[in-house]
Design a protein around this ligand. Sequence first.
Ligand SMILES: *[C@@H]1O[C@H](CO)[C@@H](O)[C@H](O)[C@H]1NC(C)=O
Ligand SMILES: *[C@@H]1O[C@H](CO)[C@@H](O)[C@H](O)[C@H]1NC(C)=O
Ligand SMILES: *[C@@H]1O[C@H](CO)[C@@H](O)[C@H](O)[C@H]1NC(C)=O
Length: 197
Amino acid sequence: MARILPSMASQMIIVLFLLYSLSATFVSAGGDLGFGRILDKKRHKLRKPKLNHFHFFFHDILSGRNPTAVMVVPPPSNTSMTGFGSVAIMDDPLTVGPNLSSKTIGKAQGLYASASQEEFALLMVMNFAFTEGKYNGSSLSILGRNPGATSKVREFPVIGGSGLFRFARGYALASTHDLNIKTGDAVIEYNVYVLHY
Ligand SMILES: *[C@@H]1O[C@H](CO)[C@@H](O)[C@H](O)[C@H]1NC(C)=O
Ligand SMILES: *[C@@H]1O[C@H](CO)[C@@H](O)[C@H](O)[C@H]1NC(C)=O
Ligand SMILES: *[C@@H]1O[C@H](CO)[C@@H](O)[C@H](O)[C@H]1NC(C)=O
């Protein structure tokens, strides 16, 4: 009896050691470092993404007493014809119809900057902040290159979103509906295709 006990104790130690090393393996496979862990996608309702299409008009108003876009950094006077270096900030209304007095569904908030020295091209960085219906409070984030009216349809990637648009990705197609060459005021038609959960 006295001889068996020490050997049982050593077997127990081996079993415990194996259990410990196995659990350590599982934990490291799960990536648990104390600040990050892998979650179950289904439990977080991330099953099938929906494909959504949005159609609206974007009003970029530079003229008058209430402009919706303002140039915050003018182009250095001695640079290229493309206005390279200029930056404008916008808070442009998004409406269901081409008329500004039609229903507003949100705002395009962000900036555009002239980012090409050889040809006209803007860097677009903006959020479509929706204020209507179930999308009220949710937003889509856009980051893209805008070659302006030289291209009939401009395409910008949708790189993410918030609220109902968490994990969003997709693209936005923009075409000029109306442009006042004198003032620069423009109405742009948008078709946005978004995958989200
Ligand atoms: C543009 O103007 C700035 C400031 O006046 C000057 O320092 C710079 O050399 C000019 N650049 C060219 C290409 O003329
Ligand atoms: C926009 O709507 C207003 C008010 O309904 C109207 O007076 C105006 O003529 C419309 N503009 C255009 C371009 O249709
Ligand atoms: C959108 O949400 C804001 C803040 O919760 C609220 O004040 C506003 O009335 C809502 N707008 C619509 C059209 O539901």
